[in-house]
Design a protein around this ligand. Sequence first.
Ligand SMILES: Cc1cc2nc3c(=O)[nH]c(=O)nc-3n(C[C@H](O)[C@H](O)[C@H](O)COP(=O)(O)OP(=O)(O)OC[C@H]3O[C@@H](n4cnc5c(N)ncnc54)[C@H](O)[C@@H]3O)c2cc1C
Length: 362
Amino acid sequence: MLKPLSVCREEAVKHYSVIVVGGGPGGSSVAGHLDLDHLSDGALMIEKLDDGKFNRYNQMCGEGISRRGLAEAGLERADLQRNAVTKAVEHWPDGITLSSDINGSIIDRGKLIACLRKPFVSSGGEMVNGTVSRARRTNGGYVVESSEGAFSCRYLVGADGAHSIIRRMVFDVEPSTYMRVIQYLVDRPMENELHFTFDQRYMGKYRWEFPSGRHTKVGFPEGTDEAPRDAVDTHRRAIPIGRPDKIVDGGACLVGDAACQANPITFGGIRNSLAAGRMAADAINHGNIEDYQLKWERSPLADSTFLDVFNRLRWKTNEELAMLVKPLRYGPNVSAIMRELMNCDDFRTFYRGFVRKMENGW
Ligand SMILES: Cc1cc2nc3c(=O)[nH]c(=O)nc-3n(C[C@H](O)[C@H](O)[C@H](O)COP(=O)(O)OP(=O)(O)OC[C@H]3O[C@@H](n4cnc5c(N)ncnc54)[C@H](O)[C@@H]3O)c2cc1C
């Protein structure tokens, strides 16, 4: 007797305990932390970009991460660092400048990702270059269709970035905001500092200038500024912002930009995707994927203050932005800060976000 075509297809596909879609920082962090010795059907990572395109894609990032973020991931290694960064300088309207000492790095994302994947590859994890075009639930798992064929799994991880196909097809949600940004590689070196310029035209985001080896990366929301004259390369990408209700559904979960986990004030997403990847892998290893949702929600990286600040800053005029930061302009002026904290709800939220982003924003 002939079987229906769908059954034949499902029987023909190779089955894994875990499939990770996307091999960026988030997907590679999940893969690198899976306990492959105890996953009976092994694990597969599917990444759509081949080596050349993958490296270029990964340069579309400021590549800034705090030392704390690297330490948490066990990746405080000199060979991953392009530049050390020791100061953050914020330029606000009305000529207000805020400087803070920081401790972090501009890293080489390609090398970081190779480090993350190493334990996965050495314990028998499989990797395939292919584009996932569809994913659907089956009895007890998922089937993923890709340019390299179909695969099935018990647990499915969507770590496929801003325009995640897994988020769309399995979770059926879209981010509340896509921040389209453009970044230029500029042929001049800069100090070991991160510079941020805030202005009403950036609508809650900012213009940034980061060192990148002997170059500088300059970026801003698309359409808000002119291209720098000495630009030698241009990158365009979107950062999704929001808080999806669910990042775990059945045996599927979302990690990194697919889960809108970049910080909504700093837009730093590397540390968050590394941390979320560890949490998701840990939950899968323990056979309780639901734990990942709870752990992420309770993490200081996911503090709701960050989104609250973003939503407030988006609509402020330059005059209002200047008023907001004025109490901070001469450093920690306790009486000015206390006065404002008692009298102004906007400042209270902004200040809370400002303090927390230093520790948990990047
Ligand atoms: C211009 C810019 C500058 C930034 N600067 C910083 C910074 O300085 N510091 C910081 O911490 N964060 C920064 N971020 C944010 C950071 O880049 C992201 O938050 C981070 O890359 C998220 O990692 P991810 O693994 O979730 O997603 P991604 O890095 O986007 O990786 C997703 C992977 O999935 C693959 N993929 C996508 N679709 C499919 C498919 N259908 N099938 C198979 N594979 C697929 C992609 O090829 C990609 O390799 C910046 C973002 C931008 C846009």
